[in-house]
Design a protein around this ligand. Structure first.
Ligand code: NAP
Length: 266
């Protein structure tokens, strides 16, 4: 089926699409007419994403890929080219978190987080940008985080990986513009996914979903709301936008939260 979708006929790769934000991006892209390669390690989850894209104007295909393995990334890029002939959009979304204090964080865990969240993005982007340069252009997007721009609890490795993405994104934008390639980040705030639920637990999750005082909109962001930002940045509507970090955080980072935390005067 084809129509007047914002991404009609575009070929996209979305990593970390076996659940959460990545699945929502894949569904949103397929809704707008894109053919989407959905990547991750959990094959059942990828197949569920493919199932949820069935019947939409676009479509999805599953490709097993551990983004920490360069050979998996190279194989995935080749498979997508062999399947659909080109790559128009790459979304580096796969990510893991960690909540160990700075003094305690294990060095192997540090490397795992940097490898998964940052190094994989460099490798994937380099592979795909080489293809896009030959094609004459494309769009590369990254799921960063509000944690890339500010400290937030015991997340030294995670925060560093996301801050690294913001720097990588800006440099990619500068160097790749001459080849017609745009590069942008989306930084979600606290979003309703398994990652958040696992870190928060059920009681805190209920608070975050319904009254989250720290956030002006008093709630979690939904994966579909993050995905909408990706659709915009991937589409021709964003043709002059490169090198930015678009925050989708229900207002969280607009509030420095100073007055609210001062001691009450008697
Ligand atoms: P999630 O539900 O835990 O999903 C993470 C995704 O990343 C899964 O599809 C997972 O797939 C994939 N992944 C992890 N390690 C991978 C690896 N080595 N190779 C391939 N895929 C891998 O988390 P989420 O909340 O949707 O997070 C998605 C992205 O948004 C992450 O980059 C995260 O840092 C970012 N983010 C999330 C929030 C939030 O509040 N949830 C806020 C800001 C930013 P497999 O396990 O199947 O491999």
């Amino acid at each position: 089926m084809s129509g007047s979708g914002r991404l009609d006929g575009q070929i996209a790769i979305v990593s970390g699409a076996s659940r959460g934000i990545g699945r929502a991006i894949a569904i949103a892209f397929a809704t707008q007419g894109a053919k989407v390669a959905v990547l991750g390690r959990t094959v059942d989850g990828l197949h569920e994403t493919v199932r949820q894209c069935a019947g939409l104007p676009g479509m999805a295909l599953a490709f097993a890929c551990d983004v920490r393995r360069e050979e998996d990334i190279e194989a995935a890029v080749l498979s997508v080219q062999q399947t659909w002939g080109r790559i128009d959009i790459l979304v580096n979304n796969a990510g893991i978190d960690d909540d160990t204090s700075f003094l305690e964080v294990d060095r192997a865990r540090w490397r795992d987080i940097i490898d998964t969240n940052l190094t994989s993005t460099f490798v994937f982007s380099q592979e795909v940008a080489r293809v896009m340069k030959q094609q004459g252009g494309g769009v590369i997007l990254h799921t960063a985080s509000i944690d890339g721009s500010g400290g937030d609890g015991p997340f030294a490795a995670y925060n560093s990986s996301k801050a690294g993405l913001l720097g990588l994104n800006r440099t990619m934008a500068l160097e790749l513009a001459q080849f017609g390639i745009r590069s942008n980040c989306v930084s979600p705030g606290f979003t309703k996914t398994d990652m958040t639920a696992a870190a928060a637990g059920p009681e805190l999750m209920d608070y975050l979903e319904n009254s989250f005082d720290r956030v002006p909109m008093r709630r979690l962001v939904l994966p579909e709301e993050v995905a909408a930002a990706f659709v915009f940045l991937a589409s021709s509507e964003a043709s002059a936008i490169t090198g930015i970090d678009l925050r989708v955080d229900a207002g969280l980072t607009a509030n420095w939260y100073i007055l609210e935390t001062l001691p009450k005067s008697s």
